[in-house]
Write a protein that binds this ligand. Structure first.
Ligand code: SF4
Ligand code: SF4
Length: 127
């Protein structure tokens, strides 16, 4: 189940990356990354995956998880970034690319189902 979820986040990252690569070409790298988004990833990863990423969190950097080759985190450690594109954020769909859009929402639904199943399992263990 967890492996499947990690694989789905990777798939989603591969799916959204081409959109952002185009942006990187025009606006320059890191155009929508922010310190607060990195902090959310740090918190999410600690709470959800029980992994402490403070050793690679550069608190003095403008974008603490950004490395020379892009984000240093696996896609499942930063879901709010992995799922994000400008069109999805602004409109909830990509009007210029319906094929891409359909695939995005299929993947997103699969991730949702796996996330909820993981959550239920975690709740069960906490009882
Ligand atoms: S989400 Fe938008 S602003 Fe951010 S990198 Fe992708 S295309 Fe650029
Ligand atoms: S993609 Fe990585 S570097 Fe950018 S905001 Fe998210 S966690 Fe930070």
């Amino acid at each position: 189940m967890t492996d499947k979820l990690i694989a789905k986040y990777q798939e989603m990252s591969d799916h959204t990356k081409p959109k952002c690569d185009k942006c990187f070409a025009s606006l320059g790298p890191n155009s929508c990354c922010s310190k607060i988004a990195c902090e959310i990833s740090l918190e999410w990863t600690r709470e959800k995956w029980d992994v402490d990423l403070r050793y690679i969190f550069d608190k003095d950097a403008k974008i603490p998880f950004m490395g020379p080759n892009g984000c240093k985190l696996h896609p499942h450690f930063r879901p709010h970034c992995t799922l994000y594109t400008c069109a999805i954020h602004a409109f909830g769909f990509d009007k210029n690319d319906p094929t891409w859009d359909k695939e995005y929402w299929i993947l997103r639904e699969e991730i949702n189902i796996l996330e909820w199943a993981n959550y239920d399992k975690h709740e069960e263990q906490m009882k």
